[in-house]
Design a protein around this ligand. Structure first.
Ligand code: MIC
Ligand code: SF4
Length: 657
């Protein structure tokens, strides 16, 4: 039987386990990336493991999420990160140089290699044939120490692309169409592997828009084969020698198949406040638009901004609409500036931002109250833009620009008909992505060789080993699809405490119930109760670390998102699966007791635990975990576990198996 592309790359990197869906596999990690809001914990954990130097082929530290400094805290974080990159041997991308996924794509992403990143959109370079996975920070620290990355072998879905995109339909519409069909939990436990004749009609930047936003489906990763487009793109980046041909076998067998006819697509848009709320743009035409932003790691590259610039040539942005371009990388801005496009856009009424995540997580450009914001981003979770009652729509740069011109949501096909001289700008790349690398510091050029810790850099929180008796109230009952933005919001006033868990914990679940942190602190332990897909969204391990810090002992949910589930183990919180009926019958405030000896049960491989509620009724909760995950949980989390292993076998930390 032939192999899928995923199986080929995984087989090349497999150090433990078998490539059977559901089995735990250990993978060799070639590259890692981390960013500023997850990176401080990564390096503090790396330091705590006592390793002197990064062991992977390549490590890169980006400063992208929080580049507007409101006081010293984030500047301290950035200085610490520069010093950590220098001390331990990682590339350092200075604040303002761009968003990790875009800069990584430009400089380091390589077909056939594995990449692990402490950001959920790490799968972006899957569009160039890289097998890239998002994970929690401690997973990155452990991988940098040379240990394999363990995960469940996903099912492999064949996303077969047929036909060719018609005018004004874009790569963004391909992924929005998949979200419309599969929903935000449709990809959990799956790799989406793109095949079919439609693949060769898409350039690499189009493919990376699709793989980037595959994260919104909950997928482990998404990947395209490599071909002449990949070779061409690497050539333009000046890295032609890194091209490797990667294709699935013709008789490869997949676990499932989804067919998308590109020629049947039209401009689509995700309505507030979930990326799978997708409808044709024509269905929402006429809604007044207050703000338009082009940017983010999904559609913030040179190739995404240029179409907007072309559409705006000789035109202006509507007077009641503010338009911002936030480039994904400084390289993109530099190239656009050299070709004169920045000036053209400014003349049309566009404000140019520095290359940052910024507005994507409510850091600047917060929309006005009761207003509509159209963004080319990947997430529109409620409140993420920095204001609670936001109305954020997600769309392509073409739809965003057309709407900025019209001042209301408009399908560019209709605007083109009305204006008579507006043409689909298509996608154009520079001959060479030839720009300054002054903001990228290689390990052998690093100015620091010692860690610089200002007052904002706290300690890594640690938990005691798992107890035998777990009992406490249901501290909070939540619904389906609770995001990590609900658990630990990422907006400016909160983001600045990412290195200070004591302070950050005060914001835990404040978006659901602002009395939660206080109540949890005062309670002697307790549980969180949730519906389906708990913890979807980001990789931020703070969403497990902060509840742990507040004394939460476990989460009872109908299902978990992949990265958050791993983070719960990594911080010693037991993730238990409950049936819908149990979920329905538990009320907030109910007393929950796990009847069994939890520590012994977790260690011995016990799957079913009895949960007694209010000393009145009982239900079964399931711990679906590998032997390794159980050992981590019993130890009180990953760092205590790694230390235990280290002490146990005398090996250089981190021995993680
Ligand atoms: C996001 O898009 O939600 C973030 C902010 O990039 C996060 C990382 C973080 O919370 O620091 C992610 O995607 O993992
Ligand atoms: Fe940054 Fe937004 Fe991309 Fe996350 S999704 S990496 S916040 S641009």
């Amino acid at each position: 039987m032939g192999q899928t592309l995923t199986e080929k790359i995984l087989e090349d990197h497999l150090v433990e386990g078998e490539l059977e869906p559901g089995e735990e596999i250990g993978l060799e990690v070639d590259q890692v990336l981390t960013q500023d809001t997850t990176g401080t914990m990564v390096w503090l954990q790396f330091e705590a493991m006592g390793i002197d130097e990064v062991q992977t082929e390549l490590a890169a530290q980006y400063c992208d999420h929080q580049t507007y400094q409101f006081d010293f805290k984030n500047t301290d974080d950035h200085r610490f990160l520069r010093s950590a990159a220098g001390t331990f041997g990682a590339h350092f991308s200075r604040p303002g140089n761009g968003i990790c996924h875009q800069v990584h794509k430009e400089h380091f992403a390589a077909p056939g290699k594995t990449l692990l990143g402490s950001d959920s959109h790490t799968p972006t370079p899957g569009g160039m044939g890289q097998f890239a996975i998002g994970a929690g920070g401690i997973d990155i620290a452990v991988a940098m120490g040379g240990a394999p990355y363990y995960t469940e072998m996903p099912e492999i879905v064949n996303v077969r692309l047929e036909g060719e995109l018609p005018a004004w339909a874009t790569a963004k519409d391909v992924i929005l169409e998949l979200l419309r069909r599969l929903t935000v939990k449709g990809g959990v436990g799956k790799v989406l592997e793109y095949t079919g004749p439609g693949v060769e009609t898409l350039t690499v930047p189009e493919r990376t828009t699709i793989t980037n936003m595959g994260t919104e489906l909950g997928a482990t990763t998404s990947i395209f084969p490599t071909d002449e487009h990949t070779r061409d793109y690497l050539g333009r980046l000046g890295r032609a020698e890194e091209y490797v041909e990667l294709q699935p076998d013709e008789d490869a067998e997949y676990d499932d198949e989804v067919v998308v006819d590109l020629s049947a697509l039209e401009p689509l848009i995700a309505e507030p406040s979930m990326p799978d709320n997708v409808v044709p743009v024509r269905e929402v035409e006429g809604i007044e638009v207050d703000q338009v932003i082009i940017g983010s790691c999904t559609n913030g590259a040179f190739e995404d901004i240029l179409p907007a610039a072309k559409m705006l040539e000789g035109r202006t942005v509507n007077q009641t609409t503010g338009m911002i371009v936030a480039p994904g990388s400084k390289q993109s801005s530099e190239l656009l500036a050299r070709e004169g496009w920045v000036a053209e856009m400014m003349a049309a009424g566009v404000n140019f931002s520095e290359a940052t995540c910024g507005a994507c997580i409510g850091n600047g450009h917060v929309p006005a109250s009761d207003s509509v914001s159209l963004r080319t981003f990947n997430r529109n979770f409620e409140g993420r833009s920095g204001i609670e009652d936001d109305a954020v729509y997600l769309c392509s740069p073409e739809v965003a620009t057309a709407s900025a011109i019209a001042g209301e949501i408009v399908d560019p096909r209709d605007l083109a008909e009305e204006l008579g001289d507006l043409e689909d700008p298509g996608l154009e790349m520079p001959e060479q992505f030839d720009a300054s690398t002054a903001d990228l510091i290689a390990p052998d050029e690093a100015p620091d060789d010692d860690l610089i810790k200002g007052p904002n850099i706290g300690d890594v929180p640690l938990k005691d080993p798992l107890e035998s008796e777990l009992e406490g109230p249901a501290l909070l009952k939540m619904g389906n699809n609770i995001t990590t933005d609900h658990i630990i919001p990422a907006t400016q006033e909160i983001l600045m405490y990412r290195s200070n868990i004591e302070r950050l914990s005060e914001f835990t679940l404040s978006r659901v119930d602002d009395t939660f942190a206080d109540r949890a602190k005062r309670s002697d332990g307790g549980f969180l109760v949730a519906g389906q897909n708990y913890g979807q969204g980001s990789s931020r391990e703070h969403a497990a670390m902060c509840p742990m810090h507040l004394g939460v002992e476990g989460v009872l949910a109908q299902s978990f998102a992949r990265i958050h589930r791993a983070n719960l183990f990594n911080f010693g919180l037991i993730p238990l699966l409950i049936e819908e009926e149990t979920y329905e019958n538990i009320d907030q405030g109910d007393d929950i007791e796990i009847v069994d000896d939890v520590n012994a049960g977790v260690r011995s491989g016990q799957k079913e635990f009895t949960v007694r509620v209010n000393d009145d009724w009982e239900a079964t909760a399931v711990l679906d975990a590998s032997e390794r995950e159980r050992a981590i949980l019993a130890a009180g989390g990953r760092l205590p576990y790694v230390r235990q292993q280290h002490e146990g076998d005398g090996a250089a930390a981190p021995s993680d198996d």
